[in-house]
Design a protein around this ligand. Structure first.
Ligand SMILES: [Mg+2]
Length: 228
């Protein structure tokens, strides 16, 4: 575990890895099974949203009433998870350029690593495993903790403090969307945005982000940004 006072919380999709077809399919299968919904849900902008938030939006798009949505909501999330874990082996989840070496470097420098992702926790770890990145992470805040992203970032910070005695105050949230930036700021963290998801650097510049990077290949800049 890191002990140099820096905590780095990474988003997964579009930040550490790409390839979310199986995750998308899990949503499609689950809403069909529990709600009989077969609409095309590919038009929704999922970037930066949590799994429960996405599921709710999908079902609202399908015109379901709150009460109906609530009734099978947890079952639907559970089914999604099962579907994902069963089928992830067919998916090509790829670590984005520079990521593995950066994580090695941060570990070596004793930066404390965690996750802040909208993925449900079992999906998050299965996805990272598929990309060969699961061994860097042992805790985080997940979509299964909170539907609202700022709250799951706070949860990750709380776990760092309570479970791992993290006592520093140099906390960074690294993500690829304006929602990551907003969530990090609301949780009191500094933020780094990477343009490896669906947002370009100029779009990310419109947020109140502290640092923007084209991708995670420039390790020197990353190290400088987190003040190492
Ligand atoms: Mg993302």
């Amino acid at each position: 575990m890191g002990n140099n006072g820096i905590l780095a919380l990474f988003d997964i999709d579009g930040t550490l890895v790409r390839g979310a077809r199986c995750h998308y399919q899990a949503f499609v299968k689950a809403v069909d099974k529990f709600y009989g919904m077969k609409e095309d849900i590919s038009g929704i902008n999922y970037a930066g949203k949590t799994d429960p938030q996405i599921l709710k939006e999908v079902l609202e798009l399908g015109g379901f009433e709150e009460e109906i949505i609530e009734k099978n909501f947890q079952n639907c999330l559970t089914y999604m998870t099962k579907y994902y874990l069963t089928n992830v082996h067919q998916e090509n989840v790829i670590a984005l350029a520079g990521v593995k070496n950066l994580l090695d470097l941060l570990e070596k420098e004793k930066v404390f690593l965690g996750l802040s992702t909208g993925n449900l926790e079992p999906i998050a770890y299965a996805k990272l495993k598929r990309a060969g990145l699961n061994e860097y992470f042992s805790f985080g805040g997940f979509g299964s903790d909170h539907a609202e992203r700022p709250l799951l970032v706070k949860k990750a910070i709380e776990i760092a403090k309570v479970r791992y005695n993290y006592a520093g105050d140099r906390i960074y949230v690294i993500g690829d969307t304006p929602l990551d930036v907003e969530a990090g700021r609301k949780a009191g963290a500094r933020t780094i945005a990477v343009a490896t998801g669906r947002y370009s650097t100029s779009e990310l510049q419109k947020t109140k982000v502290d640092f923007i990077m084209d991708d995670l290949t420039d390790h020197e800049s990353f190290i400088k940004n987190i003040g190492l």
